[in-house]
Design a protein around this ligand. Sequence first.
Ligand code: CTP
Ligand code: MG
Length: 257
Amino acid sequence: MSDASFLSSQAPSQAPSQAHASPLPPRLNARVSVIIPAAGSGTRFGAALPKQYLDLCGLPILIRTLHVFEQTPCVDAIVIAASEDFHEHIQTLCTTHRITKLAAICPGGTERQYSIFNALNTAPILDSDVVLVHDAVRPFCTPAFITSLAEAAMERGSAIPGLVPKETIKEISSDLSVRSTPPRQHLRAIQTPQAFRRELLHSSYAFAEKQGFIGTDDASVVEFAGNTVFVINGLEENIKITTPFDFAVARMLLERS
Ligand code: CTP
Ligand code: MG
């Protein structure tokens, strides 16, 4: 690694505080793994360092995200897709912060979808029954939420979290005139973790790769391959840190808890 001095703090491990502490959910009768795509460069955030490595109230965002899966009993293995420049740094962070479930770090791709596809072909994922995919930059999901997604995917093949949009959503034309106003009750703003039976996700990604299809989330890849995807209720605080404004919101969420 060229220069690690600008990287986030390596203070001794401390569990990030959970906004809603609840009893730990039980293990599932299935092997459950999570893929954490962390190979983005954070263009919209605009920091010198990719946002997943930034320090958020004393811990790197990536470590806050990993802690939640570390604390979820049904999750057996974590695979991170990241730029090879950061593999050594991730390994050091995981050792320092006691992320014991880290099973592999694989190279990222130029698109999020390629990062996921690389991770899907690692041994820990190939050994799994259920695979969750969760953005490195969503540090606020919870063990109970993860477990309900994994259980639902085990039962129905897929489970993705969605929230009814708070704003009215318009479909527009290229001249910015409104084309339609879809009824809000039929819309969902989709988050991660997205959970799937491993074979379903793998075969869908292989099909998309062959067809040259790039989706905006994992579910869209599964849908493109002709499969039904099921939505469950999302979690309001499970925000994605995309811009400096989201980072400020994340700090406020941590400071209030
Ligand atoms: N990601 C990835 N591989 C890519 C692009 C994105 O693994 N080629 C990951 C990011 O690291 C992040 C998640 O996918 O954890 C969601 O992506 P996003 O929020 O868009 O992050 P960036 O791509 O880093 O940000 P931007 O689009 O603003 O450049
Ligand atoms: Mg991106």
